[in-house]
Ligand binder design. Structure first.
Ligand SMILES: Nc1ncnc2c1ncn2[C@@H]1O[C@H](COP(=O)(O)OP(=O)(O)OP(=O)(O)O)[C@@H](O)[C@H]1O
Ligand SMILES: O=C(O)c1ccc[n+]([C@@H]2O[C@H](COP(=O)([O-])O)[C@@H](O)[C@H]2O)c1
Length: 188
């Protein structure tokens, strides 16, 4: 937020990424509540606006946001993994012509992302870090790669950890009941 000179960051809790299976995914309400619980800065705003706008694809969300907030200068924020897969997004070039965007690094993806087809195609529009403060006001296409501290976490690993914890709790619960049953049969 500071380095891009943004007033706020909206955390879009997605009704469902079009490229991802829904299996194992918490409900929108649960994911929204998790997001709210993480926030300790009023300028970070969790929003489920894609559900209200009935948009699923980013291009539709951005067009709708621009219609609804014509005076706001939006910047699309995404991780390096998204830059790498960007060419698979619906109308990805149109996205880059709709709003400027910034890419934050993610362990294991940065080199491939910067060498990806999308990065090469968009190379003429990449701005230097020293101009990042002005990105929001630039005419798209314009983008920046923002060096930042990196964290090797993913939604998939969080989902897996949660599933394993639940599995362990269930197994422990079953073992507890088995011991109780044995005690009931032979209390002595
Ligand atoms: N560890 C991370 N570092 C940088 N960016 C991230 C990181 N995790 C997620 N992002 C970015 O946050 C946005 C939302 O990602 P999402 O919530 O789908 O998490 P994910 O870990 O990519 O999901 P999954 O593991 O299911 O593929 C994307 O733009 C993604 O690039
Ligand atoms: O519009 C698309 O085609 C598209 C394809 C993949 C991802 N997105 C959006 O990118 C955001 C993060 O996606 P992901 O892959 O990290 O879950 C989320 O808002 C998705 O809806 C959008």
């Amino acid at each position: 937020m500071h380095r891009l000179g943004l007033d706020e960051v909206w955390l879009l809790v997605s009704p469902g990424n079009p490229l991802k299976p829904r299996r194992g995914m918490a409900t929108l309400a649960e994911r929204f509540a998790s997001c709210v619980a993480l926030i300790d800065d009023a300028r970070l705003r969790p929003t489920a606006i894609e559900a209200r706008l009935h948009t699923r694809y980013t291009i539709d969300t951005l067009r709708a946001l621009r219609r609804r907030f014509p005076r706001v200068c939006f910047v699309w924020l995404m991780g390096a993994d998204s830059l790498e897969s960007f060419t698979r997004w619906r109308f990805w070039l149109e996205i880059t012509r709709t709003v400027p965007f910034a890419v934050v690094p993610r362990p294991g993806y940065n080199r491939q992302a910067l060498a990806s087809r999308s990065a090469l195609r968009l190379r003429p529009f990449r701005i230097p870090l020293r101009s990042a403060q002005g990105l929001a006001c630039m005419a798209p296409p314009a983008w920046v790669f923002l060096p930042a501290p990196q964290k090797d976490i993913s939604a998939t690993s969080i989902r897996n950890a949660r599933r394993n914890r639940r599995h362990r709790q269930k197994t422990t619960g079953r073992q507890g009941r088995t011991a109780q049953a044995a005690h009931d049969e032979d209390p002595g």
